[in-house]
Design a protein around this ligand. Structure first.
Ligand code: P6P
Length: 338
């Protein structure tokens, strides 16, 4: 048992990484861990109880909400409010940010932005899904209600970010700006155990993850890059590998471990791409950069982008530096021929 290090122990051990927090950030991460355990339990029962399928509601994106989307959304918000470290939460599932009114929460230092259950349309077919979260220090005075200004911060100001992947095993991966660390849930012990400290993505890779069904709608440079991946077969190397699960957290996590690139470009139907800047691209970009990777919209660094609205979308390219730089060059070289 002595070689097992739990998430709680690791956070305390790394407490010095965020001196200003003096325990609040640790407590905040602890509330996310608790909510992830609760959601994980319900996901594992999905199909056995009436909690899969559509809720009959739509979110602000016009996307059909799954029952588990709403369940996860409520569980994470409840857990975050209870620990008094958070003054508000913005979620993919809520039109507006939720500002907590209790005095203890008004006096809290942090706001959280999250996609409580990304890829949830995959639940019915038993494909991995995930939770994505992003944590900022508030910019408005402590003691006052949080405002939109607290949520519309550039990704480079995040103090922590992470994701939970509910897959063949349940893992929590996070960064506080001092490397990326992953923990695997052991249901027999009810704890997340350190499985990989300071994860690093390979500099180059062969896996490209994109929905090629949108090919005709892609910018010319992206089309040229896909063709390159399909047709480049040098003697000594295997050709590129196309892997696309349709669940961002799953594709991202595999590429982080093996090397690769995830691409969600602008398309005719999604002129700004499909993924949301604040609670999908920013946290994933923070993690990717902390692991030695790159994340851009094809031209600009994701973490430098100044948000203008809560649910804004951006094109998203994230992965091994050599691969992201390669597709960015194709985009630049063919930008005049759109
Ligand atoms: P498409 C899930 O809806 C999601 O936001 C990501 O998890 C996933 O990578 C992407 O959208 C899939 O989108 O258009 O390829 O089905």
């Amino acid at each position: 048992m002595s070689d097992i290090k739990t998430l709680g122990e690791f956070i305390i051990e790394k407490q010095s990484d965020f001196p200003h927090a003096s325990g609040e950030l640790s407590s905040l991460l602890g509330s996310i861990k608790l909510a992830a355990q609760i959601v994980n339990r319900e996901l594992n029962k999905a199909g056995l109880v009436d909690i899969i399928g559509a809720s009959g509601e739509e979110n602000v994106q016009g996307e059909e909400q799954q029952k588990l989307d709403l369940y996860a959304n409520e569980k994470f918000k409840t857990a975050l409010e209870a620990r008094d470290q958070v003054c508000g939460v913005a979620s993919e599932e809520d039109d507006e940010a939720v500002v907590f009114s209790k005095e203890l929460n008004r006096n809290a230092k942090y706001v959280v932005l999250m996609d409580p259950l990304d890829g949830s349309s995959n639940i019915d077919v038993n494909v991995s899904v995930g939770t994505i979260f992003s944590i900022y220090r508030r910019v408005t005075p402590v003691g006052t209600p949080a405002t939109e200004e607290d949520f519309l911060q550039a990704g480079k100001h995040q103090v922590a970010a992470g994701y939970v992947i509910y897959g063949s095993s349940t893992m929590l991966v996070y960064t506080t700006g001092n490397g990326v660390h992953s923990f695997t849930y052991d249901p027999s012990l009810g704890v997340f155990c350190l499985s990989h400290e300071d994860m690093r993505i390979p500099e180059d890779g062969k896996i490209y993850s994109i929905n090629e069904g949108n090919y005709i709608r892609f910018p010319l440079g992206v089309k040229k890059y896909i063709k390159y991946c399909q047709e480049y077969v040098p003697e000594e190397n295997r050709p590129y590998v196309s892997r696309y699960i349709g669940s961002l957290v799953s594709d991202f996590h595999r590429n982080l471990l093996k090397g690769g690139i995830y691409l969600y470009p602008a398309t005719a139907t999604h002129p700004n791409g499909k993924l949301r800047l604040l609670y999908e691209c920013n946290p994933m970009a923070f993690i990717m950069e902390q692991a030695g990777g790159v994340a851009s919209d094809g031209i600009n660094r994701i973490l430098d982008m100044e948000p203008t609205e809560l649910h804004q979308r951006v094109p998203f390219f994230a992965g091994s530096p050599v691969m992201v730089n390669h597709v960015e060059k194709f985009i630049a070289d063919f930008s005049d021929e759109e």
